[in-house]
Design a protein around this ligand. Structure first.
Ligand code: G1P
Length: 292
């Protein structure tokens, strides 16, 4: 059984959908209750057995690397003040996982960002997690995909059904159901089809388990939708060579890169937070009563 050890998390994007909040801080550092969105993503990877993470970064993203680094000064101050729980929590973050950063020097697209990881990944299957997509599930989404990989041994993209009038916001797959539950053999794929032209409502969400052959296609990829090098285009080329599967994962996905999606994530994560959940639910109820 091939072990999936490495994950790529592209964090080079500008976060224009969230300006002005993201003018001076990376969008991945926006907080959901008590931790930045990127921490949830990294925690999902860790909970799925990933041992090494490759961040694809750009200028102005050092706060992300610092967040997962050891902070000697902060550690010393917390120790002096006997804030042991907090000190332990911060050290746990820096001990979470090994992190490697690779700079994407030009914003040429998601496909190009993933291609930047080729030397660190080498010749093994790996996971990609997109920082905008937060997934809440009993079994971490990447773990579900790794379990499926143990059966199919080929690339897998996570999908969810979306209303047809939203398909233009996603990579869309076409596929045929297999004998394995919630799993489709991919026959076609298109990045952000024009309204009315989508072949299905199966939208790719930001979790991929990829065979290393993808790098061959990414290396020769030409610009696609929006003039960018799209991951979806190279996936389609790979799917023509060897089997690729779409997996309708169990869980709820939030588009944390969108203002409404982000707010939904904040509310849902707050309502189930162990310390704040019940007080927050009371507050939401009373706030809704006041407004009606
Ligand atoms: C990217 C992918 C797209 C996918 C989406 C999921 O698009 O290119 O195929 O459906 O992530 O969030 P983006 O949202 O970065 O434009």
């Amino acid at each position: 059984m091939t072990q999936i050890r490495k994950a790529v998390i592209p964090v080079a994007g500008l976060g224009t959908r969230f300006l002005p909040a993201t003018k001076a801080i990376p969008k991945e550092m926006l907080t959901i209750v008590d931790r930045p969105t990127i921490q949830y993503i990294v925690e999902e990877a860790v909970a799925s057995g990933i041992e090494e993470i490759v961040f694809i970064t750009s200028e102005g993203k050092s706060a992300i690397e610092n967040h997962f680094d050891y902070d000697f000064q902060l550690d010393t101050v917390l120790k002096e003040k006997n804030k042991n729980t907090l000190q332990e929590e911060l050290n746990n973050i820096s001990n979470l996982i090994d992190i490697v950063s690779v700079r994407q020097k030009k914003p040429l697209g998601l496909g190009h960002a993933i291609w930047m990881a080729r030397h660190v990944i080498g010749d093994e299957p790996f996971i990609v997690l997109l920082g905008d997509d937060l997934v809440r599930s009993d079994v971490p989404c990447c773990k579900q995909m790794i379990e499926l990989f143990d059966q199919v041994g080929e690339s897998i993209v996570a999908i969810q059904r979306v209303p047809m009038d939203q398909t233009h916001q996603y990579g869309i797959v076409e596929g045929v159901a297999t004998d394995i539950a919630d799993t489709f053999r991919i026959s076609g794929m298109i990045e952000k089809p024009a309204p009315g032209e989508s072949p299905s409502n199966m939208a790719i969400i930001g979790r991929y388990l990829l065979m290393p052959d993808i790098f061959r296609h990414l290396g020769s990829a030409t610009p696609g939708h929006g003039g960018e090098i799209q991951l979806t285009d190279s996936l389609m080329r790979l799917a023509r060579e060897r089997a690729m599967y779409a997996y309708e994962f169990a869980g709820r996905r939030y588009d944390a890169g969108d203002k409404l999606g982000y707010l939904k994530a904040v509310v849902d994560f707050a309502m189930t937070h162990p310390d704040l959940g019940s007080a927050f639910k009371d507050y939401i109820r009373s706030a809704c009563d006041e407004k009606t």
